[in-house]
Design a protein around this ligand. Structure first.
Ligand code: PYC
Length: 316
């Protein structure tokens, strides 16, 4: 029987399962190489930890590893129901809150190595966490994606959006119609899946997250969003990497000033506040900071019994 010690948290409703002990030994070296090793040699661990019957499509795993980059205090590889993520904003907030719960972190800053670069997180005395993410930027503005007319989602033949990096690749499309309430989830999921499928066909196969933005009806909230994750689940949190990518677009268009707060609400109403500093204004590169809070919700040991036919998770 294999045992994996975990600590579960959620950040604005989006779960993070931190693996503390019993995960695969990925050796040393740069984290992108270790993430590749994880996927090539130990993918069954990923599935056992986050997939059903122990997890669900919405679960994000966080494997705590020794850092490689100089100056980093710890390293993390995030993963979900289909593979590894470059970075994860809600997951980093969950990681910091979890380590604070264990008494391993005190308020202050921590430097974290990830497969896509170093990020830094600040644990505030009130428990909120601010994550300064990897440098984010817009790669392409006003990309038109053609959808076929014969889908069961009528009236959406052309979708216009930006392609931006925020630690993961996003297609970001804005609309001023729609409340993005939970009653619209079926439409939002179906539509965004269709967009992603056609992005791949139209030359953007790297884009695996779709972010749809609308106005929020809540005073003090700047946008409401819906984010489709690579494995088909939607982000219950306002998505830290998606917010970073969107801040880069707003900054490039002059719609948000350096340091100005931008409050983002998810489809379930949880909130992050984003801000940015210019990293390289001429190149449109920003250093985004996302602030949110996470709550720990379970301390547990996963049991992996080889006699169980679903010991390594139910793979999609
Ligand atoms: O918060 O960056 C994020 C994220 C990515 C996928 C799910 N959450």
């Amino acid at each position: 029987m294999k045992r994996i010690t975990i600590l579960d948290s959620h950040t604005g409703g989006e779960p993070t399962r931190l693996v503390l002990d019993g995960g695969p030994d990925l050796g040393t070296g740069p984290l992108d190489k270790r993430a590749t090793r994880f996927q090539k040699k130990f993918d069954r661990y990923r599935s056992a930890i986050v997939n059903e019957p122990r997890g669900s499509d919405v679960m994000v795993g966080a494997l705590l590893v020794p850092p490689h980059r100089a100056g980093c205090d710890l390293g993390v590889i995030f993963f979900n129901n289909v593979g590894c993520l470059g970075m994860c904003g809600h997951g980093t907030i969950g990681l910091v809150a979890s380590l604070a719960h264990l008494g391993r972190l005190k308020p202050g800053r921590v430097a974290i190595d990830t497969p896509v670069g170093a990020v830094s997180a600040e644990l505030h005395t009130d428990g909120r966490v601010s994550v300064t993410n990897v440098v984010s930027y817009r790669k392409a503005k006003n990309v038109d994606i053609e959808l076929p007319n014969d889908t069961d989602i009528p009236g959406h033949a052309l979708v216009r959006g930006d392609i931006a990096w925020g630690g993961n690749w996003f297609f970001i499309t804005e609309t001023d119609g729609g409340t993005f309430g939970r009653d619209q989830l079926d439409f939002l999921i179906g539509f965004s899946r269709l967009v992603r499928e056609h992005l791949g066909e139209q030359g953007y196969p790297e884009v695996d997250h779709i972010k749809m933005v609308t106005r929020s009806a809540t005073r003090g909230v700047d946008e409401r969003n819906f984010v489709l994750c690579p494995g088909g689940a939607y982000d219950r949190s306002p998505c830290g990497t998606g917010t970073s990518a969107h801040l880069a677009c707003l900054a490039a268009d002059g719609l948000l000033k350096e340091g100005q707060p931008h409050v983002v609400e998810s489809v379930i109403g949880s909130r992050f506040t984003g801000r940015f500093r210019w990293h390289d204004r001429a190149k449109g590169e920003i250093a985004p900071t996302i602030t949110g809070e996470a709550h720990v919700c379970a301390e547990a040991t996963l049991l992996l019994d080889e006699r169980d036919p679903f010991c390594w998770g139910i793979r999609g």
